[in-house]
Design a protein around this ligand. Structure first.
Ligand SMILES: *Cc1c(COP(=O)(O)O)cnc(C)c1O
Length: 397
């Protein structure tokens, strides 16, 4: 990398930050986020192989679902092959159809936009709050008051004529967005909320778990998320009928029968395999301990940022964040880029925000608001290494 791209004084500003990261994670290459297998993972996987039930039928899938329901306090949990599949089916169940419009944020991982497109629907990108990094109720109110009309109990976007079939807020990096305000606003306009809580297992608003506020919510257990099943996801809902429909749709819509194969609609082969669920059960046993370590890492970053003068993204007031990925803010795009170059060159993996979805070719023509805060954050935000440090599960961070 050409050293000339780095402003002359920045190495001096950045060195204490990188030293602070190394004080937590030690020497050598430091990844952004890696999984920890410190519990009964091997035992449960081995039990699973011995049982012969490794695929999408097996006791561990049901157990994993029940444990997630118990942990989140959401009544029903339906396990899927990944979080994107969970979101695809959740949007289906929320009633999103071809040519509908779906309100969401431009500041999100690609899966949010893709799942909307899998339904043949069109994302509408709204701005986020600067503090929560999640969908802004102010931006949502502004959009709805200007463009939405309720006819026969359904909301329409008057500018495009499309039905406003769902709203998908996302809890960025595990920091809960203003979900209660969003749900209340959407209720006024009869728009179902599907929460993308893929990053938010272990995050709460008051005493309630993220993903449990909307009609449906989803979680992800990808390898980089707070706990992993290798690949996996979960649909959350309090509604027993939606849960039954979710199970049916994700298991090829097969009509239960001891030997006949009859399917009553076009379903999906989206059920989580038993092997992956076995891994998930072991990971879940360690989740409370992991969350405590993640909170301790975040507290160390907060102190480091206070010392070095860089703003640290904190959990919004009244919420508990899982601090999946820690984030700090730089003064400008030039400074952000200089830090990304400086830290990655030293083997400390850091990452900018995802490119905002409206700036990607396939979503370039989607309607959007001014995205003021999203663009501001995109230029400044950097994720720092956020794994559970080696040995930290023994309690020594
Ligand atoms: C990880 C993630 C998903 C999708 O999860 P996968 O399990 O990777 O398919 C969806 N939305 C957001 C915001 C995510 O971070």
């Amino acid at each position: 990398m050409p050293a000339t791209t780095i402003p002359p004084d920045s190495a001096a500003r950045f060195a204490p930050l990188v030293a602070g990261v190394r004080a937590i994670y030690g020497q050598g290459f430091i990844p952004l986020h890696r999984p920890v297998f410190a519990g009964r993972e091997k035992q449960y996987l081995s039990d699973c192989i011995d049982s012969n039930f490794v695929s999408s039928v097996g006791a561990k899938v049901t157990e994993f679902e029940q444990r997630i329901a118990a942990f989140t306090g959401v009544r029903h949990a339906v396990a899927t092959v990944n979080g994107t599949a969970a979101l695809h089916v959740a949007l289906h169940l929320a009633g999103v159809e071809r040519d509908d419009a779906v309100l969401t944020q431009a500041l999100t991982f690609i899966a949010t936009g893709n799942a909307i497109r899998y339904r043949g629907a069109h994302p509408v990108f709204l701005d986020v709050d600067r503090d929560t990094l999640g969908l802004s109720p102010i931006a949502l109110r502004r959009f709805l008051d200007r463009h939405a009309e309720v006819r026969h109990g359904r909301a329409f976007d008057q500018s495009s004529g499309r039905r406003l079939a769902a709203c998908v807020p996302m809890h960025t990096f595990g920091h809960p967005c203003r979900i209660e305000e969003i749900v209340a606003l959407c209720a006024e306009y009869r728009i179902p909320v599907v929460e993308d809580a893929a990053e938010a297992l272990g995050s709460f608003v008051g005493a309630r778990h993220a993903g449990g506020f909307g009609r449906l919510g989803i979680l992800s257990f990808n390898g980089n998320k707070i706990i992993t099943t290798g690949g996996g996801g979960m649909i959350l809902t309090d509604d027993p009928e939606l849960a039954a429909r979710a199970k049916h749709l994700t298991t090829t819509a097969k009509v239960p029968h001891p030997y006949e194969f009859v399917h009553d609609e076009v379903g999906y082969n989206y059920r989580l395999p038993n092997l992956n669920a076995a891994l998930g059960c072991a990971q879940l046993e360690r989740l409370p301990a992991m969350l405590a370590v993640k909170a301790a890492v975040a507290a160390r970053y907060a102190a480091l940022c206070a010392e070095t003068g860089f703003p640290f993204v904190q959990a919004p007031p009244g919420t508990v964040s899982n601090y999946w990925l820690n984030a700090i803010l730089f003064d400008s795009l030039a400074e952000r880029d200089a830090f990304l170059e400086y830290s990655n060159a030293q083997g400390v993996m850091t990452r900018p925000l995802w490119r905002l979805l409206h700036r990607l070719d396939m979503y370039a023509d989607c309607p959007r608001d001014g995205l003021e805060h999203s663009l501001w954050l995109e230029e400044r935000l950097v994720n720092l290494p956020s794994s559970v440090p080696d040995g930290a599960m023994a309690g020594n961070i």
